[in-house]
Design a binder for this molecule. Structure first.
Ligand code: GCO
Length: 445
């Protein structure tokens, strides 16, 4: 396999996110986000770690972008921190925050690197969370103000935009399970946030399109190959419900198909939050769909799991290869997922906006020999090629992630980066996987 098999116009990149990398959590007028607050609560994050400094992308972006240049990575996906732009979520703009993103964009462009911006990667302004956050329908207006400002101020230089990052994860982990910020739990907080996030997904798309008519507007979804544990009716039904939750919940309303309530009955209660014209307002015709795939789940029926009556059979129980997140390493999952999304929805353009893995990295003679990550990437990329050769309109692939960074509730324990960061000295060391990825993609460019 060679990168040129994907074609000359294929976008090879890396992805990152503001809260996970920037640090500078309270500098230059930035307001706090729900993650700044969540990490202060004891016991929420592995060893009570936080991202107040993290890998200090806020000050070290020139160095990190220079690494992209050295490796020949021409596409860089990063997110904007809403509370750096609007410290209180709405109202007064923090010019220094805006200037920071302008500088990051300028630095990318000066190095011939294309910036891809995600508007929301989970760091809601704390001030808005205090007013109900995603549970409050007013968020459609608040988010609209934020998207409008970013696209007007930065739109002349940015061609690729994504509205939300993995809405299922921030609603599910943040408002149902309570394991991510803001730590809310229950079906009703979850359903209200799902509906408001789905409304913002479409509304954000419309605002971007109207302010930047020449830009390509996308949004991203986490997606997981779901397979039944055994070929018995109960497990098959359980895996359909899980698929509805993991893979269909946010894309289907945007395509005008509504929420997948037939497969997952508890979702019917979402109607409580819907108003007369919402079904139409939920639709938006995205220019591309970002898919983020890491693994597959094997699902069995379970009477004890509320609402969904399904539970995963963990990778460890199945004796299959795993990474540090305990996720199964199963390269075919990305192929199957690409095929599934394409066949189900006839999408015109798909980008793999994230794929990658956390492994224990070993130092050898001053180098980080992360052959497992390198192998993982090679195998997953080969499965992407297989899907592309079978007609899936795959136009890009982004590795999660450039530098080791703050992995949410897992803290710094699982490193996903192509570049190691010593958090004490902030020294960057390109891992063998990063060198390999660079060599691999430079062959076409
Ligand atoms: C997500 C996010 C990233 C993660 C990555 C590894 O998918 O959770 O987009 O922020 O760090 O996926 O878990």
């Amino acid at each position: 396999m060679q990168a040129k098999d994907f074609g000359d116009s294929f976008h090879w990149g890396v992805s990152s996110a503001a809260y996970q990398t920037e640090g500078a959590h309270n500098l230059d007028g930035k307001g706090l986000s729900i993650w700044d607050d969540f990490v202060r609560q004891k016991g929420k994050v592995y060893q009570n770690q936080h991202a107040n400094v993290s890998c200090d992308f806020y000050h070290r972006y020139p160095e990190d972008i220079a690494i992209l240049k050295t490796l020949g990575i021409k596409h860089f996906r990063f997110s904007i921190s809403w509370s750096r732009i609007f410290p209180a979520g709405i109202g007064k703009v923090n010019q220094k925050g805006l200037d920071f993103y302008k500088k990051v964009i300028e630095t990318c462009l000066a190095h011939d690197i294309t910036p891809w911006i995600t508007l929301y990667h989970w760091d809601l302004p704390l001030a808005l969370s205090k007013r109900g956050g995603w549970m409050n329908r007013d968020i459609i207006r608040w988010f609209g103000e934020y998207v409008d400002l970013c696209s007007r101020k930065l739109g002349d230089r940015v061609k690729y935009w994504m509205v939300l990052n993995e809405p299922l994860v921030f609603t599910g982990a943040g408002y149902f399970l309570g394991i991510h910020a803001p730590g809310k739990q229950g079906l009703l907080p979850f359903l209200s946030t799902v509906h408001h996030a789905a409304m913002c997904q479409a509304e954000g798309g419309r605002i971007l399109k109207s302010n930047c008519p020449d830009a390509e507007i996308g949004t991203t979804f986490s997606c997981t190959l779901v397979e039944p544990h055994q070929a018995v009716q109960r497990d098959i039904e359980a895996s359909k419900r899980t698929d509805a939750l993991l893979n269909r919940l946010f894309i289907e309303p945007s395509l005008g198909l509504g929420y997948p309530v037939d497969y997952f009955h508890a979702l019917r209660r979402i109607e409580k939050y819907m108003r007369a014209d919402d079904e139409v307002a939920l639709k938006f015709d995205f220019d591309f769909i970002g898919l983020q795939n890491y693994t597959r789940e094997i699902i069995r029926h379970s009477c004890f799991t509320p609402y969904i009556h399904a539970r995963p059979v963990g990778a460890e129980q199945r004796n299959v290869p795993t990474n540090l997140m305990k996720w199964e390493v199963y390269p075919e999952s990305i192929y199957q997922t690409l095929k599934l999304f394409y066949q189900r929805y006839s999408l015109d353009k798909i980008i793999i906006t994230e794929n990658g893995a956390a492994f224990d990295d070993a130092w050898h003679n001053g180098k980080i020999d992360d052959s497992q990550r390198q192998l993982y990437l090679k195998q997953y990329i080969a499965q992407c090629l297989r899907a592309k050769q079978e007609g899936v309109p795959l136009a890009g692939y982004f590795v999660w992630t450039l530098t080791d960074n703050f992995e949410w509730a897992e803290g710094y324990k699982p490193p996903f980066g192509l570049v190691h960061v010593d958090l004490t000295t902030q020294k960057r060391t390109i891992k063998e996987s990063g060198q390999w990825y660079g060599r691999f993609i430079r062959k076409v460019q």
